[in-house]
Structures are given as structure tokens and as C-alpha cells.
Design a protein around this ligand. Sequence first.
Ligand SMILES: O=C(O)[C@H](O)COP(=O)(O)O
Length: 346
Amino acid sequence: MAATAFHQAFGTLRSRDCVTHSGLKHENGSASFKLISKSSKLDISFLNRGTYCSRKRSFILVQASASQTTVSDPVSTPSNGKTTESKKKSSEAALILIRHGESMWNEKNLFTGCVDVPLTEKGVEEAIEAGKRISNIPIDMIYTSALIRAQMTAMLAMTEHRRKKVPIILHNESERAKSWSQIFSEETKKQCVPVVTAWQLNERMYGELQGLNKQETADRYGAEQVHEWRRSYDIPPPNGESLEMCAERAVAYFKEYIEPQLLSGKNVMIAAHGNSLRSIIMYLDKLTSQEVISLELSTGIPMLYISKEGRFIRRGSPVAPTEAGVYAYTKGLAQYRQKLDEMLQS
Ligand SMILES: O=C(O)[C@H](O)COP(=O)(O)O
């Protein structure tokens, strides 16, 4: 009924819908309404530019801003169905980190950095394989960089997730983009996972090395110099970013936008890059600038952390969807896996 009432709220409601309105004041020639559907207690707020006939209890809504719905947004509700509020005290959440699958410039052994290249066929396969490995782990939100190779990896991985929710890239780059990409069905929103793209998670900018062949560069400048540019903490490549500079944006973004989601109990996947993820792992694992030098990330291999009361516990890389170990780590993961099994067997 809820969906029906909500859906018809965009057409002409009939009195049988028992929709009453406790209209708020007119603002600037429009009125926003709080529609209370007696049957489903569905509480919807609209920005209404149409007319309404309260005596007939019928509403002709020209436009509604679903972003004003006051229904708890099921898309961002943690996988165990609890609202963000009730999860505020949550003790744990899963964090999955995944470096993009092999890119076309990885294949050519070129420095890529912030150049926006796609995956190779092998990279696509790696992303799908990664999706299989995390297919039983709850994912309530996805963050990717602004680069296509990370976004492709996230979307392909989600094709393998057993919950079959649809990853939806959020478009908030303008009011029009936000308005035109709205979803006007609460039922549909429940079947989606919001994907936030952030340039702060981009690969480190490799400056004047971007597009150069890594071996040729080592031949020209010496293997030691190139290793220093690639793996030192605070020495940038020519007119590029050091890992430290990359961390200043990537870790800052993680702390400001992603960590609060984890603390509220939302399970998160981040699909990003070798160095932006190295900088985040340095923060999660409390690595020194010396220790991070030896940290290498393979393409398309998911890594699982458990966020617990502000701490991050690295749990390795799920080898297979049924790997018992992954679910032994926390009760929540085990319960989610069991719920999935039951849902898919019914
Ligand atoms: O940007 C690149 O070239 C790769 O994604 C990472 O390169 P690196 O492993 O040399 O840092």
C-alpha cells in the first residue's frame, strides 16, 4: 500500500486513499505538504506547485521533490534493515577496499595517475571475480574516485553481489542533475546502493611521468630514482603528488565523509587506486612512512576491514564467497550471510 499511496501521490489521489494533509504554510507561491497516509503511515513531504482540493482529499501534484521524503531512506539504511538512528550505537560495520582491475595503461606499463583510462578485458574479469569474493558481505554505500577504471570496478563487482541491489551513481554536481536523477519509488530505492564519486579518492597525480613507460623512465632516470618517485612517502615525481600529498586529500575525505558512515553502522565499499588506497591503509593500519613504502596493492583484490567503535581491524582478503573465516569475524556478517541464504532459498 505504501508504494501505491506514494506512487499515486504523483497523480491524482482518490479519496479512498484516505490521504489527509496537514498542509504547511504557503511559501513563495508554492506549498509544501506533509501527506499522511492513514493506511500505511507513509509520511511524504512534497514541494507542490499544483493545486489541491482538500475537501475532496485529492491532490494534483505537478512536481514533488522526493529528496524531501521523510520516509527513512531505505537505500542508505544499513543492510540489516535498522535505520541509521538505531544503528548510531552500532558496534561494527564492514569496510571493503578494492583497487581497480587492470587498466589499459597498466597493461602498457605506463604511468597513469589522474589520466582517465578504462579497464582491460582482464581488468573486467578481475572486477567480476572480486565481486564473487565479496558477494555475501553487506554493502550499504559505495565510494569511488572520479575515474572510470574505479567506477567500472565497483559496478562490475556489484553484478556478482547476491543481494542483487542496484548501484546508483549519485549526481549532485548541480541542482538540475540532482533533480533529474531522483528516484520516485521507495520500493525501488530499497533495492539500490548509492554510489558517491569523489575526486579526492583519485589516483595520486603522477605529474610529468603520466603517459611515460615505467621501464623507459627507469632506463632514463635510473631504477632507484623511479622507485623513490613511486614508493617514497614525501618525494613527489616531477610536478606531481607525493604519497603524502595524495594522503592529504584521500585520508581527509575518508575521515570527513566515509568514517561517519561506518560509525553509524553502514557497510561501505571503496573502489579506488593503488596510491590513494595505500594512503588510506596507512591511516587504518597506523603504518609509518617507512612501513608504507613496502605496501603494494594488486589490481582487483578486495580487502576486508571491520570497523568497530572507531577502530579498524584488517581481516585480509576474502578468498571465496563461502570462506567461513570472513563470517567468523563478526556476528553481523554471519547473520547477513545467513539472511541472504534464507532469502535466496525461499
Ligand atoms: O598510476 C599508475 O600508474 C598506477 O595506477 C599506479 O602506479 P604505481 O604502482 O607506479 O604507483
